[in-house]
Design a protein around this ligand. Structure first.
Ligand code: PSV
Ligand code: MN
Length: 386
């Protein structure tokens, strides 16, 4: 196989998981702007996710968020997804929206609140059994706002205990993905603030516990690709939550703020052998002011473009330059790949996959946007928190 054929073959295997919550209404703490045609339930979210996959060919799974996507019959939901060409993906837990969780969930000082939180996580594993999902994704809003508010170290013990109970409940093929975030909603201390804390917990738990890198969850200037390289080297990179940020956890379209960073991250993924199904490539975004489905299509395409560029890095030439200390040449090799216009290549890949080469135009021409505006009237639109 020529090198270009190998790059194309790799691109055809790409899988980007889209989040159910990105299809619903969302906003900031100031205002949620409703859009016409937004899904009213998990079934309609899957209808939209099916469209993203239909036009991109590389978004075959959809992450659910419990309880927002709770249904009576998960087998029926899985079937509904499959009829739309997609499958159910990671199950995201929610231990941050009940009054009980004011002082935390699994790290709460009160054992009865911890029990409630752990029971929710166990319920999520039950749902995984029903949906056939591999991954349980955990993000905790736990932390403190004031020095002295709680015992920072004691909270780590409570976290470890809760995670161990859930870990023990996982089936052979199931995994726990632990996500970190450096701040918010707690501002003084956060219980899983960084990759080191997540890694330490996952290491103790065992091989089924893996770290999630949410690209929006780092302080400005953080070298995220270094974290990716390190976690891959340690066999502990389980997943990405892709998005872009300008200031904080902005959850904007991945690749919109800093496509070069996304390329650098994807290069370390490729370099570290992480471009496999063992690493879940998920979006964690919200579309507050832009149309949701095309924004998700655009995001998937941005990931594809960064991946194509990462795959195009001439690694042999790079190794020679690095070995001989040719700093300028090494940097030039990386920049050559980054500066390549990969859009023609991706258009070819799509044609070979039987897709329209321009997913954005194909979606626009499909009439889906006006169909859902016409049909989805009445009922309550899904949104962040519902
Ligand atoms: C909150 O920061 C958050 O965006 C986390 O990144 C989770 O992955 C997501 O919500 C869904 O719970
Ligand atoms: Mn996330």
């Amino acid at each position: 196989m020529t090198e270009l054929a190998a790059v194309k073959a790799a691109l055809k295997t790409q899988a980007v998981e889209t989040p159910s919550w990105a299809y619903g209404n969302s906003g900031t703490r100031f205002k949620v702007f409703a859009q016409e045609g937004v899904p009213r339930n998990p079934w309609e979210k899957l209808d939209d996710a099916g469209k993203v996959h239909e036009f991109t060919g590389v978004a075959p799974t959809v992450a659910l968020h419990i309880p927002w996507d709770k249904v009576e019959d998960y087998a029926a939901l899985s079937k509904h997804a499959e009829q739309r060409g997609v499958k159910l993906g990671a199950i995201n837990s929610n231990t941050f929206q009940d009054d009980d969780y004011k002082l935390g969930s699994v790290c709460h000082p009160d054992a009865s609140v911890r029990r409630k939180a752990v029971d929710h996580l166990l319920e999520c594993v039950d749902i995984m059994d029903a949906t056939g999902s591999r991954d349980l994704k955990l993000w905790f809003a736990d932390g403190t706002n004031y020095p002295g508010q709680d015992d920072i170290r004691g909270r780590q013990d409570r976290l470890a205990e809760a995670l161990a109970e859930v870990y023990a409940r996982l089936g052979d093929e199931q995994r726990m993905l632990l996500e970190y975030k450096f701040f918010e909603p707690a501002f003084y201390s956060t219980d899983v603030p960084d990759w080191g804390t997540a890694y330490a917990h996952c290491l103790k738990l065992g091989p089924k516990a893996q770290v999630v890198v949410d690209t929006g969850h780092h302080a400005p200037g953080t070298n995220i690709e270094f974290i990716v390289a390190t976690l891959l080297r340690e066999g502990k990179l389980g997943a990405f939550d892709f998005n872009s940020r300008f200031y904080a956890d902005d959850d904007l379209m991945v690749g919109s703020a800093d496509p070069f960073q996304l390329f650098r991250i994807m290069y370390e993924v490729v370099r570290g052998g992480g471009f496999t199904p063992e690493v879940a490539f998920m979006l964690d975004q919200c579309h507050n002011i832009e149309a949701k489905i095309p924004a998700i299509i655009r995001s998937v395409m941005n990931v594809q473009e960064a991946t194509a560029k990462a795959l195009l890095v001439d690694r042999e030439a790079l190794a020679v330059a690095q070995q001989t200390g040719d700093v300028l040449e090494a940097n030039a090799v990386v920049m050559d790949a980054y500066n390549t216009d990969v859009r023609p290549l991706l258009r070819e890949v799509r044609k070979e996959m039987g897709l329209d080469p321009d997913p954005m135009a194909a979606y626009r021409a499909s009439g889906w946007a006006s169909k859902i505006v016409e049909e989805r009237v009445g009922g309550e639109q899904a949104g962040w928190g519902a």
